[in-house]
Design a binder for this molecule. Structure first.
Ligand code: HPA
Length: 252
């Protein structure tokens, strides 16, 4: 369907692993959009939260069928822009590298390093598209980062302010040597979906910030080393994502 435009869209949320819906989204309408780049990962749900209009998109699809390298990042970002989004809050599951990013913690990273490959990372791909060299010095919008941090503070939720998110290709987790290299590079957390989403959002001039939820210690970072289990990942994600409604409501 052609994208309807909502002039009063207060926020768009892109949910990552473990966050497939915003339960409190009242009167939600489902939009099945087709963009010039194909279909977004899932229908976009547009509804109201605390009286404000909010859109939600599940990055991996509602049943988590899309691995990070198969996500159509361009369709997702384009679709949110097309319906009128100006502020995008990206929720990303990550592994913690630095000590403050322990399991079940939340954080708002400030920097990015992209180790992913083979993903279409620009809207300047087609021959007739004007070439843009967007400034990515500050990959996340400082004002939106500050708003997310203030919202968490008001809600009494402990959130790490800053850090560098290293984006790996996945879907496998990293080796200890890869994480050791990323630590030397200055990464504090590792995930698979932070890019090219942030760069695409910048190309469309969207305000974009990441709220990272720590699912596990990255390889070799656990003070009490053991193999990462899916049970542990799910438990940490459930614990961290409990705080999302309070943060999002205050952000509105
Ligand atoms: N590595 C990469 N991505 C992740 C991890 C990890 O350890 N945990 C959750 N997403």
């Amino acid at each position: 369907m052609a994208a309807p435009r909502f002039d009063d869209l207060a926020l768009a949320v892109i949910g990552g692993t473990g966050v497939y819906a915003l339960e409190a989204l009242g009167e939600a309408r489902e939009l099945y959009l087709v963009t010039p780049y194909g279909e977004p990962s899932a229908p976009i749900r547009v509804g109201r939260l605390t009286g404000k209009r909010v859109a939600f998109l599940a990055r991996h699809g509602e049943g988590h069928h899309l691995p990070p390298h198969r996500i159509n990042y361009r369709a997702n970002v384009w679709a949110l822009h097309a319906i009128g989004a100006q502020r995008v809050l990206a929720i990303n599951a990550v592994g913690g590298i630095s000590p403050e990013y322990g399991p079940a913690m939340l954080g708002v990273p400030e920097q990015l390093i992209d180790y992913s490959w083979g993903r279409v990372g620009t809207f300047c791909e087609e021959a007739d598209a004007p070439v843009q060299h967007v400034d990515m010095g500050a990959p996340y919008t400082p004002a939106l980062r500050a708003q997310v941090l203030a919202a968490a503070r008001q809600a009494g939720i402990n959130v790490v302010d800053g850090g560098c998110y290293g984006v790996t290709q996945g879907p496998r987790l990293e080796t200890r040597a890869e994480i050791a290299r990323m630590r030397r590079d200055g990464c504090d957390l590792v995930g698979m979906t932070g890019m090219p989403e942030a760069a695409l959002a910048r190309e469309l001039d969207l305000h974009y910030a990441c709220l990272a939820l720590v699912a596990n210690w990255a390889a070799g970072c656990d003070p009490e080393p053991h193999d990462i289990t899916m049970d542990e990942v799910h438990a940490n994600m459930a614990q961290a994502s409990r705080h999302l409604p309070a943060i999002i409501e205050r952000l509105l």
